[in-house]
Design a protein around this ligand. Structure first.
Ligand code: NAD
Ligand code: WQD
Length: 353
């Protein structure tokens, strides 16, 4: 049976907010838990406007706070959980590994325990292509051995392993791990998008700020990789496709127990210079760049073999790189300072547990 009431941890974030819109538009009832460490509650004004429906409740709760989390589960009859909440910056994770392990692994065990105590056993988990590390060239399928190379990736891989073990030992659990490759882009309305604090670390938000004149030029991290133009290859996936995949996952939770992991990607790779060219086409402006040293920890290529999820659920990405760049550019134009102009942490009249 399709779950009805969904609790989303980290539902205010980049992927979570887009997923909220899609789920509301498909008649799910939503409860959101987020501590707004990397987001703002004001995003829900836009989410609800886009979906023309209300979220049932938003809680300012840290998922590691089991008492507060338990109070949320006490108050609502939750059918399934989508677990986005995590810290996600690879570079930062090498500088603050304890914080990453605590939030990502500690947060996940706190959530699992609270779910178990409340008889909730259906979970969709945000995993990452970064677990594959330097796995090699060509499309990677889900049997590729995980070789995490930084604390962030290690935290995601540890979560996958503990979720698999819990599913083996407790047959009431069903867990779907979605290994996203590189989600980028924005809602086509220009109302929702990726709004990093400070200077962006990721390619597409950085390109958007160069195009807008907020940053001088893109630094291309290395052009001496063994790729057609020497720059690194990634599998960029539209955030709208990513969001839709969560709805499809929820619709398949009832397929059977156990843990199942799926790659979410387009299945083809683009170089850094190809993405820059696509962004230039989208914004109609030149994007200056210079080549600098490789970024430590970067790998030459990470591309998904996305066929398993298509075989299982019939889901595949439908939007292309031009869509991703056009939508990211529209969001940048409509929100030159991200959500900063209207983002004050405590302004949303959310419920408290
Ligand atoms: P995001 O930072 O925009 O969203 C994460 C949300 O979790 C934020 O709203 C943040 O405030 C919240 N959060 C963080 N710590 C919390 C805590 N202790 N308690 C409650 N809420 C907390 O990130 P995103 O890009 O939307 O990523 C969502 C998930 O997808 C993460 O688990 C991330 O690791 C994973 N992922 C992201 C990407 C990507 O490129 N964006 C790729 C692969 C996997
Ligand atoms: C893309 C490409 C850079 C910025 C990260 C995480 C991964 C997943 C997705 C969470 C790379 C190059 C970038 C710049 C550049 N997230 N680049 N100049 O590193 O592929 O993946 O996000 O799970 O785990 O590692 O994404 O957008 O940072 O980089 O040349 O200013 O662009 O070297 O080749 P990445 P990214």
């Amino acid at each position: 049976m399709r779950p009805t009431t969904i609790l989303l941890t980290g539902g205010a974030g980049f992927i979570g907010s887009h997923t909220c819109v899609d789920l509301l538009q498909h008649d799910f009832e939503l409860i959101v838990v987020d501590n707004f460490a990397n987001s703002t509650p004001r995003v829900f004004t836009r989410v609800e406007r886009l979906a023309d429906r209300l979220i049932d409740a938003v809680y300012d709760v840290d998922i590691r706070d089991r008492q507060a989390l338990s109070a949320v589960f006490d108050r609502h009859s939750v059918d399934a959980v989508v677990h986005f909440a995590a810290r996600k910056a690879v570079g930062e994770s090498t500088r603050m590994p304890v914080e990453y392990y605590d939030t990502n692994i500690g947060g996940t065990t706190s959530l699992l325990r609270t779910m178990h105590e409340h008889g909730v056993h259906q979970l969709v988990f945000s995993s990452s292509c970064s677990i594959y590390g330097d796995a090699g060239r060509g499309p990677l399928d889900e049997t590729t051995p995980a070789r995490p190379t930084n604390p962030y990736a290690a935290s995601k891989w540890t979560c996958e392993q503990l979720l698999a073990d819990v599913c083996r030992r407790c047959p009431e659990f069903t867990v779907l791990c979605l290994r996203y490759f590189n989600p980028v882009g924005a809602h086509p309305s220009g109302l929702l998008g990726e709004a990093p604090c400070g200077t962006p670390g990721n390619l597409v938000p950085y390109l958007a700020q160069v195009a807008a004149g907020r940053l001088d030029r893109l630094s291309v991290f290395g052009d001496d990789y063994d790729t057609p133009d020497g720059t690194a290859i990634r599998d960029y996936l539209h955030v709208m496709d990513t969001a839709e995949a969560h709805r499809v996952a929820l619709e398949h939770l009832a397929d059977g127990p156990g843990m199942h992991a799926f790659n979410l990607g387009v299945g083809s790779g683009r170089t850094v210079l190809e993405v820059r060219a696509a962004f230039e086409a989208a914004c109609g402006r030149p994007i200056p760049y210079r080549v600098v040293d490789r970024r430590p920890g970067d790998v030459p290529e990470l591309v998904a073999d996305p066929r398993a999820v298509e075989r299982a659920w019939g889901w595949r990405a439908t939007r292309d790189l031009a869509d991703m760049c056009q939508d990211a550019w529209r969001f940048q134009q409509h929100n030159p300072h991200g959500y900063a102009g209207w983002a004050r942490r405590h302004e949303y009249e959310g419920a408290t547990p």
